[in-house]
Design a protein around this ligand. Structure first.
Ligand code: NBG
Length: 827
């Protein structure tokens, strides 16, 4: 109260919810800051190994509620607010949702920060403090309209600016080489950019740990800004310079699945790694540790290829600044670095034109060149005369710098994010590297923060589980298996259904408020929420809806369990087909939701501006989770796991994490369909699929596709012509028509299962019970033991401890090893 009044100069009654949010958050921030100091001092004293997770994205989601929960003061705070006549939930909703990421990759990074802190491991994030995060999506007349995400407008309570720890990052210029027996490189005439860190404390779950997410912001280096240009009165130049510098951290690139060779993006990547590494090495030296032992004390993780320049940057620091020889520097670099690949889409694999690279980063280019030459020599020794093979693996080839190749060569560990994805990397996409470095490759199936995506967003389910099996599962998520004993327990099933219905009512209200129409909480809530992309096949879902609608128009009395199809997701601004898919979904919504003749049997909802907060509302309220990518294309997926934890049943293809979910719950508790990854890849390699064959032989497909262009849809006959063309004239790249029949069939199976309440209830229980394996605690524990070789101060709490549970989990959860920590995840 006192804080609120001092901050805003108003009485409590006069303040808005946003002002209350701010006052309360500052209070919590103070509380955290005190503990944080102690933890940081401890880290220095103990010289414990630290991991730095380098990532161009961290999709944090709102922080107030999570921080209160992690500090163990949520209930006290809620009660205090209630006493004042305020509602904590409403206050939480006043927080901007920091969107410093596109989707799965950025959210995964945030989930691992949560897990590392919860498990007492000193693991920190390094990222960029984008002035504008992921754009806000408005839907206007069914179209996506992008609005800048001005998330810092009212300040970000959780950050601590540390101007005194700023470092300089150098771009452009030239390199002078001097040889006095030993070559020395001097970078000259460069442009300096100041990297100013903003630290965000990451609070562990009720354990006193506070780690750090360090976000860098680009500012003009003061000397250049004031002295050289300003004194010459050349104001325009100064402004230009200031703008060009600030642009580096001004905006997040809104694309997660295609690479675009933009200079600014390369600048962002170097800015991130150079500032992070300078800071890490300086800290290391301050602790008086020998650089030769860097990898014993520091692990640097490259999250997808964006931070790959960490490899040559560390080489630069060790050689140019620390005077080390190449071989020693290289050994240290490889031992310290590890790399995760997150995609096999060819268009997403980054490569930079050599010329651009060399101009922007002349010294780094020389180092990359040297790495390439040495690596090609090794390849030559191993595969003499095999030029094509060597070229296909080179770091520099065809005038480009190949970032994934650089990351693999420069790291001691390379991992995929689901078993099938790792197999595809090993056997197809990175096969040459696997042949050359078999020992580097390993799998780490993704996991998600069950504290945010179950405990925080579904307190009612959490309470039900706690009542049933005690609350130990929060620390040992595999204990959720204990729920299996509630199979066929009517009381439990009723309570579970009541929890689901409660969340469906909340979502239904939200839809009424935002979309303006009513959806029945007793209908099946069927959700597909993720980036809009061809390979994720929102179109297939839409075509199935059109098909159902056609059947209902023919027979409005058809026996169909009412269903609400819910979509959420953003398209990259330049991705025309994905934007058209959004328009298609909204067109269907307009047509179907207003058609009285079908008696509300199906409804279609597109929720605007999908983000982490919306996911927290939709996931607990969903009965069905749509995970239907073209097999082999989705590296893992993570919303599939979040839905599973909240008792939704998956309808999905055999791809990414879905396969391991099926292995965990068994075929009876998940609905799978469609081409396998092998079949899809076989078509990609050898051809043999003609979508016209399906169009001509399957009347359902023909009807739906014709409706795209015959004026049936209220958007007119031309709007969706490009979609029609993509499916028929451009080869249906993601096999939507090919899988359509299997999908319709799977949907029929699903509906039948749903109608059997007892059976469905058991399926939900099975899904929740087996979801422990998909907690980020399991994944990050595997990273920390297998890849980062961390020695935690306090033994890692095993996330899976019961032998009985293990016996039931055929497909794996780590085993306790000598009573401390888990062993490697069985393959
Ligand atoms: C995404 C994959 C998902 C995966 C997440 C997290 C990128 C580049 N990749 O399948 O498409 O779940 O990464 O690993 O965002």
């Amino acid at each position: 109260m006192d804080r609120l009044e001092k901050l805003h100069g108003k009485t409590f009654e006069e303040t808005s919810t946003a002002e209350r949010y701010k006052a309360l958050s500052f209070l919590v921030r103070d509380y955290i800051a005190k503990q944080w100091i102690g933890v940081n001092q401890q880290n220095h004293k103990e010289k414990q190994k630290q991991v730095y997770y380098l990532s161009i994205e961290f999709l944090l989601g709102r922080m107030l509620g999570m921080n209160l929960m992690n500090l163990g003061i949520y209930d006290t705070c809620a009660a205090a607010m209630a006493e004042l006549g305020a509602n904590l939930r409403e206050i939480e909703e006043a927080e901007e949702d920091p969107g410093l990421g596109n989707g799965g990759l950025g959210r995964l990074a945030a989930c691992y920060l949560d897990s590392m802190a919860a498990e007492n491991l000193p693991g920190h994030g390094c990222g960029i403090r984008y002035r504008y995060g992921f754009f806000e999506q408005d839907v206007v007349d069914g179209y996506q309209v992008e609005v800048p995400d001005n998330w810092l407008n009212d300040g970000f309570v959780w950050e601590f600016r540390r101007r005194d720890e700023a470092v300089t990052v150098k771009f452009g210029g030239n390199v002078r080489v001097q040889s006095n027996g030993k070559l020395r490189y001097y970078h000259e005439n460069y442009e300096s950019v100041l990297a100013v860190p903003y630290d965000v404390p990451i609070v562990g779950y009720q354990n006193g740990t506070i780690n750090t997410l360090r976000l860098w912001s680009a500012e003009p280096a003061k000397a250049d800004f004031v002295c050289s240009a300003f004194n010459r009165n050349d104001c325009l130049k100064v402004i230009d310079y200031k703008n060009s510098v600030e642009t580096i951290s001004s905006v997040l690139y809104p694309d997660d699945s295609s690479y675009e060779g933009k200079v600014l993006r390369l600048k962002q990547q170097y800015f991130l790694v150079s500032s992070s590494l300078q800071h890490i090495i300086a800290g290391f030296k301050k602790d008086r540790l020998p650089l030769a032992k860097l990898s014993d004390h520091v692990a640097l993780h490259i999250n997808d290829t964006h931070p790959t320049l960490a490899v040559p940057e560390l080489m630069r620091i060790l050689i140019d600044e620390e005077g080390m020889g190449w071989d020693e520097a290289w050994q240290i670099t490889v031992d310290t670095m590890s790399y995760t690949n997150h995609t096999v889409l060819p268009e997403a694999l980054e490569k930079w034109p050599e010329e651009l690279f060399q101009t922007l980063l002349p010294r780094i280019f020389i180092i990359v060149n040297e790495i390439n030459e040495r690596f090609c020599q090794e390849l030559w020794d191993r595969y003499p005369g095999q030029w094509d093979r060597i070229r296909s693996m080179a770091v520099l080839a065809d005038g480009n710098v190949h970032m994934a190749h650089l990351a693999i060569v420069g790291s001691h560990s390379v991992n995929g994010v689901a078993q099938i994805h790792t197999e595809i990397l090993k056997n197809k996409v990175m096969h040459g590297f696997y042949h050359f470095y078999p020992g580097k490759f390993n799998n780490k199936t993704n996991g998600v923060a069950h504290r945010r995506f179950l405990i925080k967003c579904n307190p009612e389910l959490t309470e039900l589980i706690n009542d049933a099996i005690d609350s130990d599962w929060i620390h040992y998520p595999c204990d959720l298996l204990g729920l299996l004993k509630y199979e066929n327990d009517e009381t439990f099933a009723r309570s579970l259904a009541a929890v689901k219905r409660h969340h469906k009512v909340l979502l239904s209200r939200y839809i009424k408020d935002w979309n303006g129409f009513y959806v029945d909480p007793d209908s099946i809530f069927d959700s597909q929420i993720k980036r809009i992309h061809g390979y994720k096949r929102q179109t297939m879902n839409a075509f199935h809806i059109m098909h159902l609608y056609n059947r209902l128009r023919e027979n409005p009395d058809m026996d169909l369990t009412p269903r609400t199809f819910i979509f959420g997701g953003k398209s990259a601004p330049g991705y025309a087909q994905a934007k058209r898919t959004i328009k298609l979904i909204n067109t269907l919504a307009m047509m179907i939701n207003n058609d009285k003749s079908i008696h509300d049997k199906i409804k279609v909802v597109f929720l605007e501006n999908y983000n982490v907060s919306l996911a927290e509302l939709i996931i607990p309220a969903s009965d069905v989770s749509e995970q239907i990518p073209a097999a082999s294309r989705e590296a893992c997926g993570t919303s599939n796991m979040k839905f599973m934890m909240n008792g939704a049943v998956t309808i999905g293809t055999l791809d990414g994490g879905n396969i391991e979910m099926r292995n965990a719950v068994g075929d009876d508790n998940i609905i799978t369909f469609g081409l396998t990854a092998e079949e899809v890849m076989d078509y990609y390699q050898h051809g043999g699929y003609n979508p016209w064959d399906i169009y001509n032989s399957d009347n359902r497909v023909k009807t739906v596709l014709d409706q795209l262009i015959n004026g049936f849809l209220p958007a007119g006959p031309d709007e969706f012509r490009p979609l029609f063309d993509a499916f028929l004239y451009h080869g249906d790249q993601f096999f939507v028509l090919k899988d359509f029949d299997a999908y319709v069939d799977a949907q029929i199976r699903l509906e039948k299962l749903y109608r059997d309440k007892r059976l469905w209830g058991n399926m939900c229980i099975h899904n929740i019970a087996h979801s422990g394996k998909f907690s980020g605690d399991r994944t990050f524990t595997e990273y920390s033991m297998d890849i980062w070789k961390m020695q935690p101060a306090i033994p890692v709490r095993c996330y899976c401890r019961s032998d009985d549970a293990l016996a039931k989990l055929l497909h794996g959860c780590a085993m306790p090893r000598n009573g401390h920590g888990p062993a490697a995840f069985p393959s």
